[in-house]
Write a protein that binds this ligand. Structure first.
Ligand code: URA
Length: 221
């Protein structure tokens, strides 16, 4: 994994972005992109890729000392001390929840439903299951694609209003322009991606991308 050089991506220099460069991840991402990959394999690959990205995204979670006894004696280990909310954006983010819960079994999951209006490409919220009170330290937004970033930008705003200041976003592929827009609107978010693609189609799809991540997971059109 590597920390991307924000200036080379034409992003504000303070932008916190991690781009995965691991060969195993590159292999799996290529299969994920492949239009010959069916929904079953797509879901499997998305789970695996999310686990790697989630591992990287959680690199700075606070831990406290934890005293235990191994079969051979006492040991001071560590226990995670950060309360985390996973925030999958419906519906494409659903396939990323399970591997994140494998990493963080104590995380809570709050769903947010957003879709992009096909004409305006603007995000429309249709579901929000955040509880009234916010008592978590870090929110991790799960969305496989950062295209125009409208949906992510709206989601981060909702999370800030809810009361969480530290927001991370895990995504498989981001567009350059989407990242630029995201960091302009929310300079303090941290983004963890497996790849950054150059272009967006007129319909707002990432090119070359992988198509519609929701359709690919659930075999719909
Ligand atoms: N959402 C997707 O699923 N794919 C894209 O390319 C853009 C947005």
């Amino acid at each position: 994994m590597s920390r991307a050089d924000a200036s080379k991506l034409n992003l504000p220099s303070s932008s916190k972005i991690i781009v995965a460069t691991h060969p195993v991840l590159a292999h799996k991402l290529t299969k994920l992109r492949d239009s010959k990959t069916d929904a079953n394999l797509f879901r499997h690959l998305l789970r695996e890729i999310t686990f790697y990205l989630g591992y990287e995204a959680t690199h700075d979670l606070a831990v406290i000392p934890k005293n235990i006894t191994t079969p051979l004696g006492p040991h001071q280990g560590a226990e995670l001390a950060t309360s985390v909310a996973l925030v999958p954006i419906l519906r494409a983010g659903l396939g990323m929840v399970e591997p994140m819960l494998d990493l963080l079994p104590n995380a809570v999951v709050h769903h947010i439903g957003m879709y992009r209006n096909k004409n305006s490409l603007l995000p429309v919220q249709y579901y929000n299951k955040l509880p009234k009170d916010c008592n978590i330290d870090t929110a991790i937004v799960l969305e496989p694609m950062i295209a125009t970033a409208g949906t992510i930008i709206a989601t981060v705003a909702i999370l800030h209003v809810w009361g969480v200041s530290k927001v991370k976003i895990i995504s498989t592929i981001a567009s350059k322009s989407g990242l630029k827009e995201l960091f302009e609107q929310h300079p303090n978010v941290e983004v963890i991606v497996a790849a950054i693609d150059e272009n967006l189609s007129e319909e707002g799809y990432i090119v070359p991308g992988l198509g519609d991540a929701g359709d690919r997971q659930f075999a719909t059109e």
